[in-house]
Design a protein around this ligand. Structure first.
Ligand code: 5AD
Ligand code: SF4
Length: 443
């Protein structure tokens, strides 16, 4: 029996898939203390804010929301507030958390989330604010606890941290250097998720998955990891994110093409269509190199679904540079583009660069880019006509739907639905108002 048993908790997550998955681990830790999850932060006895600091907006959201909970502490004096993740890990963040958040009981960073149970138990005894930010991983990054929300797609960590130091990015400062998880641990986790828990998609996570294995005693590669995982028996597919173009080799394209279990979808952030800006971003590739990868990937896997990240308004980005990004979008024809306005991050080199672009201009540019992408995406639907995709069959509002690896829905009218969540080939027969419908062929 501990002082948290039977109490309620709520976890609020900001940021990327890495954080989403970390929150799943936090929920596991809290449940292991005998606590029950509820979805009301006002009412919950313990509220955890798992924060992000990749852009200013993410910081503002978490800060304002935690401030808004301040009063609920008066109604429930035993309420415990926890802030963890990237925001506290930042050295000179926008908010001085120590000063501004005296009512937050536990403030920890990215490296000690797995010890949350100990911090909570310590707080229950001492009732004094705990602020503990450590600067490197202490022991295993995995607590072993995890409660996944999604029952179809499971996130699995393969590598933590980033060694790239793109000049705009705060990640290497808050997540540290690359640490790969041993292959056997990943293999066992994936095997269990597929064979015992029935997961259909496994998404391998890392800031830069293509660096996987370089730091391990028994050096290996991401392509080798994928090949190993594809040996696991079962009806499932593997996705991964995020890839860095610099480390994206031909060996990986080969595995993606060869292995049926590797999803035919690729998220390959380009960040800018201008080689001049890419150099200032310290991305270690130019557009010629990026396009050569895209060409090879499209050639090897013609129906692959492509997506990317773009930063608009990086310091010094001229109209000419920006137009090159628009040109790139027209050329590659991504299925999805995630576009962000450049956000100055204290402590990163680009924050000190001259020629910062004003917010209004960034806004105009990002909207222009998104408008263009919307048109491209609509046109892209045509490419699905008469093509066949390996889809996960699901029932949505009583109708059978095939979901492609890229997340596109293909309606299957007149299909006698027996069960769901299995893979089958679906051929697109009709496109109406950009909506796809087709027929099913069992695999
Ligand atoms: N400003 C805007 N976007 C950023 N990203 C990373 N750092 C910044 C920043 N300072 C974007 C990149 C990255 C994605 C996860 O977030 O596009 O790929
Ligand atoms: Fe940030 Fe660049 Fe690392 Fe991605 S690769 S996490 S953008 S530093």
């Amino acid at each position: 029996m501990n002082s948290y048993e039977g109490k309620s908790f709520n976890v609020i997550t900001y940021g990327c898939q890495m954080n989403v998955h970390e929150s799943e681990k936090i929920r596991g830790i809290l449940a292991s203390l005998g606590m029950l999850e509820i979805d009301d932060a006002e009412k919950a006895d313990v509220v955890v804010f798992n924060t992000c600091c990749i852009r200013e907006g993410a910081e503002d959201r978490a800060y304002n929301n935690i401030m808004a909970l301040r009063n609920s502490k008066k109604l429930n004096p035993n309420k415990v507030l926890v802030m963890c993740g990237c925001m506290p890990q930042q050295k000179n963040g926008k908010y001085n958390l120590k000063e501004k958040l005296p009512f937050v009981d536990i403030i920890i960073g990215t490296y000690n989330i797995n010890q949350l149970a100990q911090y909570l138990l310590m707080f229950a005894v001492k009732h004094k604010q705990i602020i503990e930010i450590v600067n490197r991983a202490t022991g295993n990054m995995d607590s072993g606890y995890c409660i996944r929300d999604d029952k179809i797609n499971a996130y699995v960590n393969i590598i933590y941290g980033c060694n790239k130091f793109c000049t705009y990015c705060i990640v290497p400062y808050v997540r540290g250097r690359e640490i790969s998880r041993p292959m056997a641990d990943i293999y066992n986790e994936v095997k269990n998720l597929v064979q015992n828990e029935g997961y259909k998609y496994i998404t391998l996570l890392g800031q830069n998955v293509n660096s996987y294995g370089k730091d391990l005693k028994e050096q290996t590669t991401f392509a080798e990891l994928l090949t190993e995982l594809c040996q696991i028996e079962g009806d499932f597919k593997i996705k991964f994110m995020t890839s860095h173009p610099m480390d994206f080799g031909d060996d990986l394209i080969k595995v993606m093409k060869k292995e049926n279990k590797v999803a035919k979808a690729l998220h390959l952030p380009v960040q800018s269509g201008s080689s001049r800006i890419l150099a200032k971003m310290n991305r270690h590739y130019d557009i010629k190199h990026y396009m050569s990868i895209i060409k090879k990937v499209k050639h090897a896997i013609p129906n692959i679904s492509l997506s990317t990240d773009i930063i608009v308004g990086f310091p010094g980005e001229t109209e000419k540079d920006f137009n090159k990004t628009l040109k790139l979008l027209k050329k590659v024809k991504y299925d999805q583009v995630f576009a962000f306005m450049y956000s100055k991050r204290t402590g990163t080199p680009a924050a000190e660069f001259e020629e910062q672009i004003d917010e209004k201009e960034k806004n105009l540019r990002v909207n222009k880019l998104l408008r263009l992408q919307k048109i491209i995406q609509k046109e892209q639907t045509k490419k699905f006509f008469k093509k066949t995709f390996d889809c996960l069959i699901q029932q949505i509002n009583g109708v059978a739907v095939g979901i492609t690896d890229g997340g596109k829905e293909i309606y299957i009218p007149n299909y006698k639905f027996v069960n769901q969540n299995y893979f089958a080939k679906v051929k697109v027969e009709e496109i109406r108002n950009h909506k796809l419908s087709g027929v099913i062929n069992e695999r």
